[in-house]
Write a protein that binds this ligand. Structure first.
Ligand code: BG6
Length: 507
């Protein structure tokens, strides 16, 4: 189905001179403009603390686009030529009234009055900006005029701060105006999880504890903390990735079928799945979660500075750069099925994937086969990145006179079938913000359910003050992560086995 162009809107970006704006938001809007999904009635009003004017912001964006690794495509595009005429900038302090009076005057001159306020700023400003916008009447909607607020992560740093932030925001605007971002939801493969499940009888029919042994969700990165030491030391791998990104993947895997494909139906089912995550006692949290921090070393031929030696990281930092958890979703469908999650920096491969491992066949029929070696369980692998696609591991008979089985994988790569182009992942999120579709945004209850499930880990690690176990850059993570899963008689899926290097038959 062809999507209709978005309505006229002024995108007011708080934090317009920052990295997110130039690296993701502006290229995504250029892509939307190129594909006709936004038109010349989209205006950008950038707000920043740095002094400057419209020409300054446009020149900076020009310079940045010229550095993109796209052969100059964005910089030279017709979309950018048109968009750059419609970019304004105003500077000021987000905590003072002047800036809001200025925004008000500018929006009053816009013919339509629609506005989407995008908070690409440090989280300590989220509450203040929303309150100031409301105080100046900028969040009031009227017949045919919308006012929406998009909020980047991190949304809170634990359960109580997330609740307090939700309460502060929802005291001023309604939930239908709030678009809490999780950029994982902009990824094509993540959106495809729902289609994979609910458009395929052969998958959904087996999607329960009768047939599924366990689920693994991994987001491994090769990048290290680099220049983000200050943010990362205060945050750590758990807060940075789990209650948001990994739980979005988990919710899509674990949710029940929604009674429609509307935003509320889908978000309700996702929230229900997240609120069914077992809340551990401190003793359970201590044994169901492990942490690691990378040492110095080498990765792909490049030197890696140990996390604790990274700029702006305390030399005795107790922050983790790797985390692995074993969780349960306490519902009829998932009773007894462990969900193993892991994420880390400076690991051997960039690999974001969901691996659903089915149960062993109940009985090995085949003569002259070694069941353990030759009848591995079926797996469905959803490769989120890189090399987006799906893979199904099945057993077949190997050619020959005797009956012998061999596992093979049936692979589908998006890139083989579709021209997926160079998208930033923010296209669908921005488009949905403009058309008012909240499906790909997090609702308050879902965010709080996520934090509630990780809170016992935060608490137990804060009290026990045990140092994270070290791991070498370029490895699969610390040994404790191997032990976490091995003690259940299972193994992590190997990292870096993406579809392009998948061995077709593993004898
Ligand atoms: C961000 C985290 O939200 O997600 C980063 O703050 C992480 O630490 C990034 O690197 C991962 O996103 P992606 O899309 O590169 O997998």
């Amino acid at each position: 189905m062809d999507a209709a162009p978005s309505p006229p809107v002024t995108l007011v970006i708080f934090g317009a001179t920052g990295d997110l704006t130039r690296r993701l938001l502006v290229p995504a809007i250029i892509n939307l403009t190129q594909s006709g999904l936004t038109g010349d009635d989209l205006h950008i009003l950038g707000i920043g603390i740095e002094p400057g004017d419209d020409a300054m912001l446009v020149a900076r964006l020009d310079d940045f686009l010229a550095t993109l690794d796209d052969g100059g495509a964005h910089a030279a595009s017709d979309g950018w030529k048109r968009l750059r005429q419609r970019i304004a900038y105003t500077s000021g302090d987000f905590t003072r009234d002047e800036i809001y009076l200025d925004i008000k005057a500018r929006l009053a001159r816009a013919p339509d009055g629609n506005a989407a306020f995008y908070l690409a700023v440090p989280p300590q400003f989220f509450g203040t900006i929303v309150e100031k916008l409301a105080q100046h009447g900028l969040t009031s909607e009227s017949e045919g005029v919308f006012r929406r607020i998009a909020i980047e992560k991190p949304f809170g740093t634990d359960l109580s701060t997330a609740k307090a932030l939700n309460a502060r925001i929802l005291a001023k605007v309604s939930e239908s105006q709030v678009y809490r971002l999780d950029h994982f939801l902009g990824k094509e493969t993540v959106q495809n999880i729902l289609t994979t499940r609910f458009a395929n009888m052969m998958i959904e029919a087996l999607w329960n504890n009768n047939y599924i042994d366990h689920v693994q969700i991994t987001a491994a990165e090769t990048v290290d903390v680099g220049s983000r030491g200050k943010f990362y030391d205060a945050t750590g791998a758990l807060r940075d990735m789990v209650p948001n990104h990994l739980f979005q993947l988990l919710a899509m895997i674990a949710m029940e079928a929604p009674n429609g494909f509307g935003a509320e139906a889908i978000r309700s089912e996702k929230s229900k799945a997240l609120s069914a995550l077992r809340i551990y006692t401190p003793e359970e949290a201590a044994t169901h979660g492990v942490r690691g921090a990378y040492t110095g070393g080498e990765l792909n031929g490049n030197p890696v500075t140990a996390f604790r030696a990274t700029k702006d990281v305390s030399a005795d930092s107790n922050t983790e750069t790797f985390v692995a958890l074993k969780l349960f979703v306490d519902t009829w469908r998932w009773a007894g099925v462990p969900f193993y999650l892991r994420t880390g920096k400076a690991m051997t491969a960039r690999d974001t994937e969901i691996v659903v491992t089915f149960r062993q066949v109940p009985f090995a029929q085949f003569r002259e086969t070694d069941v353990k070696r030759n009848l591995p369980p079926n797996k469905l692998i959803i490769q989120v990145q890189p090399d987006e696609g799906l893979s199904m591991e099945v057993s077949i008979k190997s050619p020959g006179l005797s009956v012998d089985t061999v596992p093979v994988s049936l692979d589908f790569r998006y890139a083989d079938k579709f021209d997926i182009g160079k998208m930033t992942g923010y296209e669908s999120l921005l488009y949905d913000l403009f058309i008012g579709d909240q499906t790909l945004f997090q609702r308050a209850d879902g965010i709080e359910a996520g934090w509630a499930a990780v809170q016992p880990f935060l608490d137990v690690w804060a009290t026990e003050k045990k140092e994270p176990e070290t791991y070498a850059p370029g490895s699969m993570g610390p040994t404790c992560a191997e032990e976490l899963i091995r003690k259940d008689g299972r193994e992590w899926h190997a990292l870096g086995v993406t579809l392009h290097n998948h061995s077709r038959a593993k004898p």
